[in-house]
Design a binder for this molecule. Sequence first.
Ligand code: DX5
Ligand code: ZN
Length: 217
Amino acid sequence: MSEKKIIISPSILSADFANLERDIKLVEKCGADWIHVDVMDGHFVPNITIGVPVVKSLKKITKLPLDVHLMIENPDKYVEPFAKSGADILTFHYEAVKDCDVSALIRKIKSFGVKSGISIKPKTKPDVLMPYLDEVDMVLVMTVEPGFGGQKFMQDCAQKIEFIKNNSSENLIIQVDGGINAQTGKICVDYGANSLVAGSYIYGAPDVNKAIESLRL
Ligand code: DX5
Ligand code: ZN
């Protein structure tokens, strides 16, 4: 069991998009630490979700940090609008970076006073992150193929957390996303994760308070 507090970031991908304010207030009241916002462009992943205007509106209705997960091509192009719309953490995918340098992208995110995160998909080895572990604030390990909520947790991917933990400083936030529930969340925390994203587990729960609490055990 980790001594540090686990940052719980409910994914609003599983919320009711017609009632986002209600559903965000619900997890806020139940002790969520951050709000995870999944941005998908239909290119980097085969699904389209939400963009800058929605983030801007969400900023007005919650004090919780907006943890924005960019599953988009050319993340470099969208850092400024998302930062200015109120994102507190901006996480891009290592695999999506083509025309710019990863370190430059990290610096760009930080230049707006936003925390920077880098994420890897299930098939990407954690070694590729080595040059950036001292530069980013957070690493997001995907434990499903990004694109959809409600998929099955891939345990092999969770093992990457251990490698990242062993090669980074204490301050790095190690977040995991995909198929997280009380059991799989515990596996990840035991490997060294200190932030859990959960969508369907939290929003599909009969008792949201209990679901969030169960992720802290
Ligand atoms: C998937 C997204 C996740 C998604 C997780 O591509 O990045 O944040 O909402 O959903 P669950 O927790 O249902 O696997
Ligand atoms: Zn996500």
